[in-house]
Design a protein around this ligand. Structure first.
Ligand code: HCA
Ligand code: CU
Length: 437
């Protein structure tokens, strides 16, 4: 099989997440503090690896033209993708491109599997972004996409009218009628977060009726707090491709959280949509990403330890008798469980930092975590395979004389922290680790 024909051979699953943590996610408002919130090359490599392990098959990246750094990172990420093909199958790397030859050329030269074209179609975008009328948009984009289609027939092509939800349906269809025959998917981005579940249902139905054989891609911003429900409605309405980021990070308040989406599909018994996703890897993915952003998994994230935290005395007591009293959801199946923090020889210092600090309450800074990571990488190979990696880590932490945080009285009873002894553990239904503590 040639590289190029892979997509034509691929049978899309009922739900294909196009994760855009490495594109939209890098536009998060957190990045205002560039020195704190910044994905290094290694961060991006680890995130891509984790996304692939979790079953994502489509990953969106910036067009290499945006910066020399992004161009170099594109090549590095492609190498990570290639290294996982034997184990995990092929993952398509899609470049986000303006309808501009330079963007397109840079993406093709970098070896992108597909191009995600976008251009603003709403009155606001037309007036303030590029100044073109609808007919000019078509006149500019159609020949460009035609050309790409002709010369690179195996590239996956998507076209989005940016700000689609502030674009009159007639205007959107005017542009989509002209472009639809050339592309594999049409995007439906709610760029400024104005959509509601009702408008999503209407729009999706109208577009599916007009383009019955076309695949659609949803992209919902969180401005009104609706990104997740809008996404669920779109999936229900038959949108197969969905943009997400880990933790929902993105421009302004972000977009749909990948793990929240899969979690909710599970709770809604939409099991078809979960085909091929590694659910137990989702909490570790949240932790990894949060750690890259130097934060904890945000408390409003559904797949989070927060949702297993029980603070009120009444709650704690009830949970000790039966976790179901205040835990309605099977979060353990999504990896919200200490044993799912994937520690191993490849663990980065971030995860080690997180594990020791947040789960085991050691006091340590990042430099210390780096030092421990280096020792851990050596030692974990010398131990027998039965020795749990966390045991090795704890031994190192103790050898280095790390102090443990003094917890307030009663805090150990909080099931979330998994520090509550066997009783809390058993009550919460966690698997007891074989090595004991
Ligand atoms: C952007 C805007 C975008 C694009 C989405 C898409 C949006 O940051 O360039 O290409 O479908 O929200 O419209 O993220
Ligand atoms: Cu966006």
């Amino acid at each position: 099989m040639t590289e190029d024909s892979r997509y034509r051979q691929y049978t899309p699953r009922p739900l294909e997440i196009i994760d855009t943590t490495l594109r939209e996610g890098q536009q998060t408002s957190l990045m205002h503090d560039h020195f704190k919130y910044f994905f290094t090359r290694q961060d991006k490599e680890e995130l891509l690896r984790a996304l692939i392990v979790c079953g994502v098959k489509f990953v969106e990246l910036f067009a290499p033209v945006v910066s020399a750094q992004e161009a170099a990172d594109f090549a590095a990420l492609k190498a990570v993708r290639d290294s996982l093909i034997t184990q995990k199958g092929y993952t398509f790397l899609l470049a986000h491109v303006r309808c501009h030859p330079r963007d397109v050329e840079s993406a093709i030269a970098a070896g992108a599997d597909g191009l995600n074209f976008y251009i603003g179609t709403s009155p606001e975008s037309r007036a303030f972004n590029h100044g073109r009328q609808l007919d000019q948009i078509v006149a500019q984009t159609r020949p460009l996409i035609e050309d790409v289609r002709k010369n690179h027939p195996n590239l996956i092509l998507r076209f989005s009218g940016e700000d689609a939800f502030r674009t009159r349906i007639g205007d959107l269809c005017y542009v989509y009628d002209a472009i639809a025959p050339l592309v594999d998917r049409l995007g439906l981005p709610d760029t400024v977060g104005v959509a509601t579940p009702t408008t999503v249902i209407e729009r999706v139905a109208a577009l599916r009726e007009r383009y019955p054989t076309m695949d659609f891609e949803g992209h919902f911003h969180e401005d009104r707090g609706f990104s997740l429900v809008n996404t669920l409605e779109a999936v229900r309405g038959g949108v197969r491709y969905m943009n997400t980021t880990v933790l929902g990070v993105g421009e302004r308040s972000g977009i749909t959280s990948m793990t929240a989406l899969l979690f909710n599909l599970f709770l809604d018994h939409a099991y078809d949509a979960l085909e091929g996703y590694h659910l137990r890897g989702l909490y570790p993915l949240n932790v990894l990403t949060a750690d890259k952003l130097k934060m904890l998994v945000p408390p409003r994230e559904p797949v989070s330890l927060t949702n297993r935290t029980h603070t009120a005395g009444v709650h704690q007591n009830a949970v000790l008798h039966g976790a179901a009293s205040y835990e309605a959801h099977p979060l353990d199946q999504f990896g919200v469980n200490e044993s799912e923090i994937l520690l191993g020889p490849l663990s980065g210092w971030n995860i080690i930092h997180y594990f020791l600090k947040e789960i085991r309450y050691y006091e340590l800074d990042e430099d210390r975590a780096r030092e421990i990571a280096a020792i851990f990488k050596q030692r974990v190979y010398q131990e027998s395979p039965e020795t749990p990696p966390e045991q090795v880590l704890i031994a190192i932490a103790d050898e280095l004389g790390l102090r443990k945080l003094q917890l307030p009285e009663g805090r150990h009873e909080i099931v979330q922290r998994l520090d509550g002894g066997e009783r809390a553990r058993a009550a919460a239904g966690f698997a007891l680790p074989a090595h004991g503590r």
